[in-house]
Ligand binder design. Structure first.
Ligand SMILES: Cc1ncc(COP(=O)(O)O)c(C=O)c1O
Length: 414
């Protein structure tokens, strides 16, 4: 089912935050890559846990059975959202960064440090990635593991020749973002999978910026691990880890001896945020409501395809409009292919990104400036000393009028 401008307008009624104003201005949330707003159904689902089953799991009394049922329901919904074969592949955590650190601790223990002759195990990351998919792996250098980085080109695309040269039989893991939260680039995951498979390396995908804009299918991606964050796809602040069946069971995770050693619990430390996790389930059901099909998976794929196409069209409109404004430079790949997230970053010749974001913010136009924690990207592009980038993200509730307002406000500043 196509998702149209009319659907976007209709969706706005579902989001309580979108009904608020900033003085005389309507609020245009163009900050989706930093986090999306939540529909009322998600707020209600979270509140309902506190109202009905705010107890711990695995008890012998009815409210505890209820929270067990909701946790399992959420795992099943996330498994369906990601195309996983079973709920046992889905672990929850505080956020993506924390889960990725837990994984790097565990995987790091299985790697062999080199003795300086280049004979140790290696991990590969990219210069395009968010620090959450770099820092946890760079930390392995302290254990003597060589961490290599795939170069980022000025075009905003990874240097695939450099990738091919840096994947060798010593590479044990490649941690790669599916899509860049700063430039909107969509990486060639199929190539990454082919090259990692050839050398027997694990492939870990950071899908935090990808999952809100494309249907995800972990089975066809053949990821060993995939991480995402529900607060980017209209849910609450919960991190999600998909592990291929068997992949987590072999890992020496940080774990209390009383904790269930089976997957997916093996990497979940302490008590989880049950209410928020039930909210993730509500966000997935909400998204599925925009699709058609006879199964939840079919509805989700249909909805995410339609929403993604709508966002792509609108982002392209903004991209085409903003690049025509004199004094604006647009960064990142263009919109020639569908393999492009609806996130557009620019710089202005005469103003810093922070000054522009502040001026836009005062008109209710919510956009981010800086490096968005993808610090290496702005370093490579030579923008670190100039305040980074000004980033606009398109979400399912963004309208043409939001984009027009943004374009005319930027034009007035130039
Ligand atoms: C691409 C990407 N990866 C990872 C993260 C970190 O996610 P979290 O805030 O859940 O730790 C973000 C957050 O902005 C992101 O955009």
């Amino acid at each position: 089912m196509p998702y149209t401008a009319e659907h976007a307008l209709r969706s706005r009624k579902d989001f309580p935050a979108l009904q608020k104003r900033h003085g005389v201005h309507e609020l245009a949330y163009l900050d989706g890559p930093g986090g999306s707003q939540v529909p009322a159904a998600v707020v209600e689902a979270i509140a309902d846990v506190y109202a009905t089953c705010n107890v711990n799991t695995h008890g012998s009394f009815p409210p505890s059975h209820e929270v067990d049922r909701r946790m399992q329901g959420a795992r099943e919904a996330v498994a369906t959202f990601l195309g996983a074969v079973s709920a046992d592949c889905i672990s929850f955590g505080q956020n993506m960064t924390t889960l990725n650190y837990s994984l790097s601790h565990a995987i790091g223990r299985t790697l062999k440090a080199g003795d300086g002759d280049g004979d140790g195990d290696e991990v590969l990351i990219s210069e395009l990635d968010h620090e959450a998919n770099r820092g946890p792996w760079l930390a392995l250098r302290e254990r003597g593991i060589r961490v290599q980085e795939v170069r980022l080109l000025e075009s905003g695309v990874l240097d695939y020749d450099d990738l091919a040269a840096k994947i060798t039989p010593r590479t044990k893991l490649f941690a790669l973002g599916a899509s860049s939260n700063s430039l909107g680039t969509v990486n060639d995951i199929a190539l990454a999978r082919r090259l990692t498979r050839e050398v027997g390396a694990l492939l870990l995908i950071d899908a935090v910026h990808y999952a809100p804009h494309f249907p995800v299918d972990v089975t066809s991606l053949d990821a060993d691990f995939l991480l995402c964050s529900a607060y980017k796809f209209y849910g609450p602040h919960v991190g999600v880890l998909y592990s291929k069946p068997g992949a987590l069971d072999r890992l020496p995770t940080d774990r209390l001896r009383v904790q269930d050693p089976a997957s997916p619990y093996r990497i979940e430390t302490g008590t989880l945020n049950h209410a928020a996790i039930h909210g993730v389930h509500a966000a997935i059901d909400y998204l599925a409501g925009w699709g058609t099909g006879s199964t939840l998976r079919e509805r989700l794929v249909d909805a995410m395809t339609g929403i993604g196409e709508y966002e792509h069209r609108l982002a392209r409109e903004y991209h085409d409009g903003v690049r025509r404004i004199r004094g604006v430079r647009v960064w990142g790949p263009d919109f020639g292919t569908r393999a492009r997230a609806p996130t557009v970053s620019i710089t202005l010749d005469e103003h810093t990104p922070a000054a522009v974001a502040t001026a836009l913010g005062s008109q209710g136009l919510c956009v981010w400036d800086g490096d968005f924690y993808a610090a290496r990207v702005v370093e490579v592009l030579g923008l670190a000393q100039r305040g980074g980038l000004l980033r606009t993200g398109i979400s399912m509730y963004t309208t043409e009028s939001d984009v027009r307002r943004l374009l005319s406000a930027i034009e007035q500043l130039c």
